[in-house]
Design a protein around this ligand. Structure first.
Ligand code: GUN
Length: 292
């Protein structure tokens, strides 16, 4: 692979191997393997693929992974009931409710019903608050994966100008907290851009590290970056591709062909940030074992 392309599949394999070793050591002390439970509501095809990949990775690491699939018509109370059962299930260390949830469900209400000590997604307000306070318990998996990617490829964010596109609770907000925190993996100067940002091109061109997490295919074009930028693409967008058997292809929020010509390092889609998210979820599940 071109040396400037950050290979998320390879990096995530390193982390998964570290997790697998950790699971082996834990198993000699525990009566059972670490358990990760995923709640999947509805039949969004992309979510089904992500959940399958998460469960496969959990099993490969020696954990018990189980998925609770619920119909699209499930009510908020029914989903919270399932979460409550997992909260008191002693064989379950980590709980993840796959997002997005159907429109009639309030995601924040469901997320807040997860036991904060089993919240391996780090989305419960307690965990989001601890991260914002600079004392994280569970770091959301995608932001955690991005920090690992930067550190493990010699792109330490310390002292760098970082621009983040997107202010979601799952990526933009937590990655801004992580990268601006004191210490290893932090110490960056961080700017968040969003739909009301003026002169977004100027802001992006000031970035030494640019992180795109807005869900708009190819939003970041080569004229929006400076030479030598480290470009991290969190977008996973399905766009129609009649030449592909399945009728679509996956593209990121960054126009790869243009931006890669100017970047010193860039993540591909697929095979970039996505695999790191899964590896960090497993790492969080190991941490959860220590919390109860
Ligand atoms: N949907 C897309 N990414 C994620 C994630 O990291 N966690 C959850 N729960 N849902 C997602």
């Amino acid at each position: 692979m071109d040396s400037k392309i950050i290979d998320g599949t390879d990096l995530s394999a390193q982390i998964k191997a570290e997790v697998k070793n950790h699971v082996k050591r834990l198993k000699s002390k525990m009566a059972r393997p670490p358990g990760l439970s995923v709640v999947l509501v509805g039949d969004d095809p992309a979510s089904a693929v992500y959940v399958r990949n998460k469960q496969r990775a959990a099993k490969e690491a020696g954990m018990i992974g189980n998925t609770i699939a619920m119909p699209h018509s499930s009510t908020e109370d029914e989903i919270i009931q399932v979460v409550n059962e997992l909260n008191i299930d002693a064989s379950c260390d980590g709980i993840l409710v796959q997002l997005p949830l159907p429109d009639h469900i309030n995601e924040a209400t469901v997320t807040s019903s997860i036991d904060p000590l089993k919240d391996v997604d780090g989305l419960h307000p307690n965990n989001a608050g601890l991260l914002a306070a600079g004392t994280p318990r569970f770091v959301p998996a995608t932001p955690g994966g991005i920090v690992q990617m930067l550190l493990r490829t010699g792109n330490n964010p310390s002292g760098k100008r970082v621009v983040i596109l997107g202010r979601s609770n799952i990526v933009g907000r937590p990655i801004s907290n992580l990268l601006s925190m004191k210490g290893e993996g932090g110490d960056a100067t961080v700017t968040i851009c969003h739909s009301r940002t003026k002169n977004i091109g100027d802001v992006c061109r000031s970035a030494e590290i640019l992180i795109a997490a807005i869900g708009i295919p190819g939003f970041v074009t080569s004229d929006m970056v400076s030479d030598g930028v480290v470009a991290i693409d969190v977008g996973i967008n399905r766009v129609e591709a009649t030449d592909r058997k399945r009728g679509y292809k996956l593209v990121g929020d960054i126009d790869f062909s243009g931006v890669s010509k100017r970047a010193s390092a860039i993540t591909p889609v697929p095979g970039g940030v996505g695999p790191m998210t899964i590896a960090m979820l497993l790492s969080n599940t190991i941490d959860a074992v220590g919390f109860h």
